[in-house]
Design a protein. Structure first.
Length: 598
C-alpha cells in the first residue's frame, strides 16, 4: 500500500514547523482512532446477537425469562448469533489472509547501491525517524513508502510490522543531482516516523486488509462456491471502506503534513530546485514513453536505457526552452545514479519493467522481445516502423482503389499515393456536403482505435472540415485496419498468465500510456509521412534518426526535416500536392521509384 508523502510533496516552510508537525501527527492519530472505531463498531455488531443470546439464557437460569415465547426467542437469537459469528469469522479470515497489491519494482539491495542506502540512513538519522527497511525503484516519476510486511491486518489488533519500503522513481536517479534527490526524499523518509505509531499502523493494516479483500473475487482459480462467498465478503469490506474511507484519507493527509514539516530543516536551499525538477522529469518521462518507447515496444523492441534517455530528452528540452546556461552548470554536479554500483544494469531492469507495466510485454527478453540500444534505435525501430506503415498504406490502398486507381500497377511508389489523393473523384466517398458515416472501427483498449504510434484516435471528422473525399475513404479503411491489428496485439498481450493481478496500489496498470485523441486523417498523414521518409532514404542521402522529444525523425543532410509535416497535411486535408512536390524536388526524392517495404 502506498502512503505517506509523495516525492512531489513539499511543505511551505516557516518558523512554526515544529508546531505544524505536532499538529499533523495529532490529526493523523485522531483520524486513525476514528478508523479503529469503525473496526470496533463492526466487531460489536458481530457479537451483539451472541450477547443477546447470553442474556436470554441467563434469564432462563435465573427464572425470569421462562415460557414457550422466551424459548422460541432464545432459539431464534441463537441461530442468528451463530450465523453472524460464522459470517464475521469468514470476513476476518479473508481480510487477514488477503494479500494487498504491491507495486512491481526493481529491488535495490545494499550491495547494489551502498551509497544510496547510506544517504537514506543518514537522512533518517537526521530526521530522527526509523530508516526504511529496503529501497526499490519504479519506472514512475514519484516516490512513496510502501508497507510490504503482509502481517495480519484483520479486526484484531496485532503489533506493528517492520519499517516500510522506500520506493523511488527511477527517472529521478538519472536526472536529479545527489542534493536534489536528498531534498525530494526528505519528506518521504520522514513518513516512517508516523508509520511506527501503533494507532496509525493498526488503522493502516485494517484499511489495507479491507482493500485487499475487495479484490479477492477477481482472483483466478476460485470455484463457484468460493467466489460467491468472496463476493459476500467483498460487499462487507466495501461497506466498511465507505465508513472509514474519509477518515483514512484525512489520516494520510496528516501524516503527509507532519512529514513535510519535519523535512523543512533538511537541505532547505535545494528544495525549490528539487521541486522544479520533479515536474520537469515527469514531462520528459511522459514524452519519452509515448513518443520514443511506445513505437519500439509495438515492434517487439524495448529500449534498454530509458532512464539515460530521460537525461537526453530533458537536456534537449532545456536547449529548446533557452535554459541551457542554467542547466549546463547544474548538470556538472554529481548525478544521483552515481549512488548505484552498476547504473547500466539497474537502468536495463527498470526499462524492462516499464515495458511490462505500460505495454504488457513479456517478463524476459526473447527472439520477439529484444532490447535495443539508443545507437541502434534509428535502424532497428525508426526505419522498420516507416516501412511497416508504408506497407500497410499500400495494402489498404489496394483494397480501396479496387483497380480504379490509374497507378495501381506501379507498385509501392509515392507517385501512386499522390495520384490517388489528388485525382478528382478518387475513392467511393460522397461529396463533402453529404458525407456518409465512416466505416465502423473496432474499439481499442481505451474505447477508440489506436494508430501505429499507440495514439488513440476518434475516426469522426466534422463535415465542414472534409475537403478531400479520397483521403476520407482511405483514412476510414486505414483506421479499420490499424484497429484490427491493435485488437490482435492486445489479445496477445493479455494472454500470458503473469499478467494476472499485475497491478499497483491504485488499481490495474494501463497497458499503454494515454494520449490525446487523433482523427483518421491524422493517422493517414502519419502513414503518408512514413512513405515519404522511405522514399527519401531509398533515393537520396537521407537517414532515419531519433528526436528525443518527438521520436522518429528524418535527417536530410544531417538536419531534421521539420518542414515536411505541413506539406503532407496540405495533401491529405486539401488534396493539394504542390507543397509536397516542391519539397521532393528540392530534396531530390524520386517519387516514381518503388520503395523497399518490410
Amino acid at each position: 500500500m502506498r502512503y505517506g508523502v509523495s516525492g512531489s510533496g513539499f511543505g511551505n516552510g516557516g518558523s512554526d514547523s515544529g508546531l505544524g508537525e505536532e499538529w499533523g501527527v495529532r490529526a493523523a492519530r485522531s483520524r486513525a482512532l476514528a478508523v479503529l472505531r469503525v473496526r470496533g463498531r463492526a466487531l460489536g455488531a458481530a457479537i451483539l446477537p451472541a450477547a443477546v443470546a447470553v442474556v436470554l439464557y441467563a434469564g432462563e437460569v435465573t427464572g425470569h425469562f421462562t415460557g414457550p415465547g422466551w424459548a422460541a426467542a432464545r432459539w431464534t437469537v441463537t441461530v442468528v448469533a451463530v450465523l453472524v459469528l460464522l459470517a464475521a469469522a469468514a470476513v476476518a479470515l479473508v481480510v487477514a489472509r488477503a494479500r494487498p497489491a504491491v507495486t512491481p519494482t526493481v529491488e535495490l539491495t545494499e550491495s547494489a547501491a551502498p551509497d544510496l542506502h547510506r544517504l537514506v540512513r543518514d537522512l533518517a538519522e537526521r530526521l530522527d525517524v526509523p530508516a526504511p527497511s529496503a529501497i526499490a525503484l519504479t519506472p514512475d516519476c514519484d516516490s512513496w513508502l510502501e508497507d510490504r510486511s503482509h502481517r495480519a491486518h484483520g479486526p484484531v489488533a496485532v503489533p506493528a510490522g517492520g519499517a516500510p519500503v522506500l520506493v523511488i522513481g527511477s527517472p529521478f536517479l538519472w536526472w536529479m543531482r545527489v542534493g536534489e534527490l536528498r531534498a525530494v526524499l526528505a519528506p518521504v523518509v520522514a513518513g516512517t516516523g508516523p508509520a511506527a505509531d501503533p494507532d496509525i499502523a493498526a488503522a493502516r493494516r485494517f484499511v489495507r486488509g479491507l482493500d485487499a479483500a475487495v479484490a479477492v473475487p477477481g482472483e483466478p482459480g476460485l470455484g463457484a462456491l468460493r467466489r460467491l462467498g468472496a463476493r459476500g465478503v467483498a460487499a462487507v469490506a466495501r461497506l466498511l471502506l465507505r465508513a472509514c474511507g474519509s477518515h483514512a484519507a484525512e489520516m494520510e493527509r496528516g501524516v503527509a503534513a507532519a512529514g513535510s514539516e519535519r523535512a523543512q530543516a533538511v537541505d532547505h536551499g535545494a528544495r525549490i530546485v528539487a521541486q522544479e525538477q520533479v515536474g520537469l522529469a515527469y514531462a520528459g518521462w511522459d514524452r519519452l514513453l509515448t513518443r520514443v518507447a511506445l513505437p519500439a515496444w509495438r515492434m517487439g523492441r524495448w529500449p534498454s536505457r530509458l532512464d539515460a534517455g530521460v537525461v537526453s530528452a530533458l537536456t534537449e528540452l532545456s536547449h529548446r526552452d533557452r535554459l541551457a546556461e542554467g542547466f549546463s552548470s547544474r548538470l556538472g554536479e554529481r548525478p544521483a545514479c552515481d549512488l548505484l554500483e552498476e547504473p547500466g544494469a539497474v537502468d536495463e531492469a527498470a526499462s524492462l519493467l516499464a515495458a511490462r507495466l505500460f505495454h504488457g510485454g513479456p517478463a524476459e527478453p526473447g527472439p520477439d522481445w529484444a532490447p535495443v540500444e539508443w545507437s541502434r534505435y534509428p535502424e532497428e525501430v525508426v526505419d522498420r516502423k516507416w516501412r511497416a506503415e508504408a506497407a500497410r498504406l499500400h495494402d489498404v490502398l489496394d483494397r480501396v482503389a479496387s483497380g480504379t486507381a490509374p497507378g495501381a500497377a506501379e507498385g509501392p511508389t509515392l507517385t501512386r499515393v499522390l495520384t490517388h489523393l489528388t485525382a478528382p473523384g478518387a475513392g467511393d466517398a460522397p461529396a463533402p456536403e453529404k458525407t456518409a458515416a465512416p466505416a465502423p472501427v473496432p474499439p481499442g483498449p481505451h474505447g477508440s482505435g489506436e494508430d501505429a504510434y499507440g495514439e488513440a484516435y476518434d475516426d469522426t471528422d466534422d463535415e465542414d472540415e472534409v475537403r478531400n473525399p479520397a483521403a476520407d475513404a482511405l483514412a476510414a479503411a486505414l483506421s479499420a485496419q490499424v484497429a484490427r491489428e491493435d485488437a490482435e496485439r492486445e489479445a496477445r498481450a493479455a494472454a500470458p498468465a503473469d499478467r494476472a493481478g499485475f497491478s499497483g496500489p491504485d488499481g490495474p496498470w494501463p497497458l499503454t500510456p494515454l494520449l490525446p485523441p487523433r482523427t483518421g486523417r491524422d493517422l493517414l498523414a502519419d502513414h503518408v509521412t512514413a512513405l515519404v521518409c522511405c522514399a527519401a532514404v531509398d533515393t537520396t542521402g537521407a537517414a532515419p534518426g531519433l528526436d528525443w522529444l518527438d521520436g522518429p525523425a528524418l535527417l536530410v543532410g544531417g538536419e531534421r526535416a521539420a518542414d515536411l509535416g505541413p506539406r503532407v497535411l496540405a495533401l491529405v486535408e486539401e488534396g493539394d500536392p504542390a507543397p509536397l512536390r516542391d519539397w521532393l524536388s528540392t530534396t531530390g526524392v524520386r517519387p516514381e521509384k518503388p520503395v523497399r517495404l518490410l
